[in-house]
Design a protein around this ligand. Sequence first.
Ligand SMILES: [Zn+2]
Length: 150
Amino acid sequence: MNHQQIREKLTAFHDPELPSEERLEIAKHLESCEDCRGVLNRCEHAAKMFSRATLPKPSEKFVTGVMDRLERLEELTPAVVERPTPFLRWLFPAIGYGFALLLMLIAISNREPLIDTETVLLADTPQKTQWTFSKEMPEIDTLLNLKEDV
Ligand SMILES: [Zn+2]
């Protein structure tokens, strides 16, 4: 690795995932390169500062400050929000109702005429069919419709 490549890897110097050969190579370069040593020192210093930094404690003042700002925003927003919708306010429901009405009209026009069971049964019955009662025993061929009626 040259100086530039090592510079790019300096932030990973303490990373346990850095291969040990690379760490050795960097360490060797650091002995001779003051520039890279300085960069590493600054990195280590910054890391130390971050690890020492504590989260800001929740304070009453912060909460009331945020709430005040929210209230002020709410006072400002209605004027901003109301402007662009004076006619859209009725347009959307109007479209909705119009569409519902259209669907109803389509449904009504497509509705098939009501047919009750009796009509269907009578319509399906062939007109020439008749019941005949006779004491005579019909021939088997007649029964099976193989012969024309006698
Ligand atoms: Zn260097």
